[in-house]
Design a protein around this ligand. Structure first.
Ligand SMILES: *Cc1c(COP(=O)(O)O)cnc(C)c1O
Length: 229
């Protein structure tokens, strides 16, 4: 068994255990393999282990990988900060964009999504722990922002994403995730049809599963440590 397959087993066991605590069916928790900085060979290995969703944060690094692996049935998620001059590449090559937090960027993605492709799936990124340095909109702006996305027919709003402040305190982790979950429930109450709550990474996945995550973004837990850009 490959190293990645072994790591996937460990992650799956952690998910299983947390789902049990929450009384959730673990099959409702999906894994996005965050492959930023990792090679195409690692992605092929992860695919062989059963993973099909991959997340990338840097456009220039991602496009060659996506092109080279086009023969595999992979789903590509963009999860990094978005610069205006990169929106065309993102709109043309990705299936999902989880880091949408500005109308100008959303409008460009909408205009630049090729007609022959399905609408681009998007998540709105929320700055859930209100850090100055973080991307994402503040919670209070979500209602209006979601309404502004409605006329953008080449985008499909699927859910919310957040990267909360790092903390080892599980109660604090859960409080951030619970806040995101409430925003998600509120929008669905208003009639949106969101199905994706993207929260939880390698170090806080248990708290995220307990609070309702449907998509964990796992990097180091699958691929090992990375030397970040
Ligand atoms: C890198 C990254 C991850 C993966 O983090 P790990 O701690 O390695 O699991 C998840 N989400 C985003 C947005 C990232 O940039």
């Amino acid at each position: 068994m490959s190293r990645i397959a072994q790591n996937l087993m460990k992650i799956s066991q952690r998910i299983e255990k947390a789902a049990k605590v929450a009384g959730r069916d673990s099959s409702t928790v999906n894994i996005l393999a965050v492959s930023k900085t990792h090679s195409m060979d690692k992605i092929r290995e992860a695919y062989a282990a059963g993973l099909t969703r991959f997340g990338e944060s840097y456009v220039q690094e991602a496009i060659p990988k996506i092109k080279a692996l086009a023969s595999l049935p992979l789903e590509w998620h963009f999860i990094g900060p978005i610069q205006s001059n990169k929106t065309r590449d993102i709109a043309e090559h990705f299936d999902w964009v989880q880091s949408v937090d500005r109308l100008k960027i959303a409008s460009r993605l909408n205009e630049q999504r090729p007609k022959e492709l399905k609408p681009l799936n998007i998540c709105v990124q929320i700055n859930i722990s209100m850090e100055d340095s973080k991307s994402g909109i503040v919670q209070q702006a979500l209602h209006e922002f979601a309404a502004q996305l409605k006329p953008l027919r080449r985008l499909k709003l699927r859910g919310l994403m957040a990267i909360p402040q790092k903390t080892a305190d599980e109660h604090q982790q859960r409080a951030f995730f619970a806040a995101l979950r409430r925003l998600f429930d509120d929008l669905n109450q208003e009639g949106y049809q969101l199905d994706t709550l993207s929260m939880g990474m390698t170090n806080d996945l248990e708290a995220a599963v307990i609070e309702g995550s449907t998509l964990l973004r796992i990097g180091s837990g699958l691929f090992g440590a990375r030397s970040d850009h």
